[in-house]
Design a protein around this ligand. Structure first.
Ligand code: SAH
Ligand code: SF4
Length: 386
């Protein structure tokens, strides 16, 4: 095993142990029934054995849950009525509760979902003609505190469970009436997933990994890893695992071109500085010209948006298959920064384009419903601080 991998195992255990502090409540209802959503296939098979049924039932259930999208055992017509009844006594096929669902003037849709312990997260659907990306959350709040991010100011933090992560996608599908799972990947309205909502996904790695594995399963939702992009603020050791085990597209929240500034605005940089972060990007499996790493760069007026910094960025990314996503800063109530001027953003982008980088400027979507990048924070939290 490579020395890196050994180091990763240790670090993984350390992060897992730390992450366990934020574990979600158990997937069991007050009446003792168990949640099937979020269980791995083998777990469902084990549950079937435990109630005296054959393991092949797991395959049937999987089809009904993830291909057909049913939530009621009575709709499962390949399963005899007595067994349907028995299953419904022992299990549920749940969805997060919908506290609110808002649609922006630009078609962006935002849900505030609630879970059994009353905690809430936001999920955003960003349409793009006949397709669209669902931006999912992985934690309630975030343990990190990037200075430009609204989520980072939220005090309460817990990890989302596998069911709560997969449930965001399933509930968004319900809302779009996109069941059963469309054949193939073309023509789906929920065609992509970006793991860019609330929370740092690589600090809830086990659950996000299990959730994405369910979503990628060929006999269910069957979304390919090429249609999934995970964004991290730079949890270096977990980036290696993410590449090896999941192979999804990677987005890295860079936001600064020197450690002094990045230490300030992305405090995780003090632990994993830019050189280490970029080294992890260089060794990210599958990174190639066809599958480039996206570097996210929030444009903060007078802070990180100079031409000199654009040149420095080009220098830093020189040997990485990369594209840069420039995100004009989205303000939130009480935020300490201003959005870069459109001229500054254009000039910055021009330097990148001249150096051969694709550098789309991310159009803010759903600003009127506070659904744009970095604006997510649950309404209860907003109300508390008001
Ligand atoms: N925790 C992960 C994923 C969630 S944040 C991460 O940090 O990458 C998704 C993206 O939105 C990140 O690039 C983040 O830096 C950016 N972002 C956060 N606050 C923002 C704001 N107010 N305006 C624009 N982008 C913001
Ligand atoms: Fe957390 Fe990402 Fe926000 Fe930073 S930008 S506080 S890592 S959600």
């Amino acid at each position: 095993m490579a020395p890196e991998a050994l180091l990763n195992a240790e670090e993984r255990e350390r992060i897992r142990a730390k992450s366990a502090l934020f574990d979600p409540p158990a997937a069991r209802l007050a009446d003792g029934r168990r949640e099937l959503v979020g269980m791995r296939r083998e777990e469902i098979a084990a549950e079937m054995l435990a109630i005296g049924e054959k393991p092949f039932r797991a395959k049937q259930l999987w089809h009904w849950i993830y291909h057909q999208g049913v939530t009621d055992f009575a709709a499962m017509n390949t399963i005899a009525k007595p067994l349907q009844a028995k299953l419904s006594e022992q299990f549920v096929i749940g969805r997060p509760g919908v506290t609110t669902e808002q649609t922006s003037s630009d078609g962006t849709r935002k849900w505030l979902f609630n879970f059994r312990d009353q905690q809430q997260v936001e999920t955003v659907y960003i349409p793009d003609h006949d397709r669209g990306a669902l931006c999912i959350s992985t934690q309630v709040g975030c343990t990190l505190s990037c200075t430009f991010c609204h989520t980072g100011t939220q005090k309460l933090v817990r990890n989302l469970s596998v069911a709560e992560i997969v449930g965001q996608f399933m509930a968004a599908r319900d809302s779009h009436g996109e069941w059963p799972t469309p054949k193939g990947e073309e023509g789906r309205r929920l065609s992509n997933i970006v793991v860019m909502g609330m929370g740092e996904p690589l600090y809830n790695y086990e659950n996000i990994a299990a959730a994405l594995t369910i979503i990628m399963d060929h006999e269910g939702i069957a979304l390919s890893r090429r249609r999934i992009t995970l964004s991290t603020s730079g949890v270096v050791p977990m980036m290696d695992l993410c590449g090896q085990e999941l192979g999804v597209n990677l987005a890295v929240s860079l936001h600064a071109t020197n450690d002094a500034l990045r230490n300030e605005i992305v405090p995780l940089n003090r632990k994993y500085p830019i050189t280490e972060l970029l080294a992890a990007c260089r060794r990210y499996p599958g990174a190639s010209n066809a599958r480039r790493i996206t570097f996210e760069y929030v444009m903060l007026r007078g802070v990180n948006d100079s031409i000199a910094e654009a040149h420095e960025l080009v220098r830093l990314l020189a040997d990485i298959p990369a594209k840069v996503n420039l995100i004009p800063f989205n303000p939130w109530p009480g935020s300490p920064y201003k959005t870069s001027t459109p001229e500054a953003v254009r000039a910055f982008a021009e330097v990148l384009n001249d150096a051969g980088y694709s550098s789309p400027i991310r159009r803010p979507r759903g600003r009127d419903i506070l659904a744009a990048c970095g604006q997510l924070k649950t309404a209860t939290e907003r109300a508390k601080r008001a």
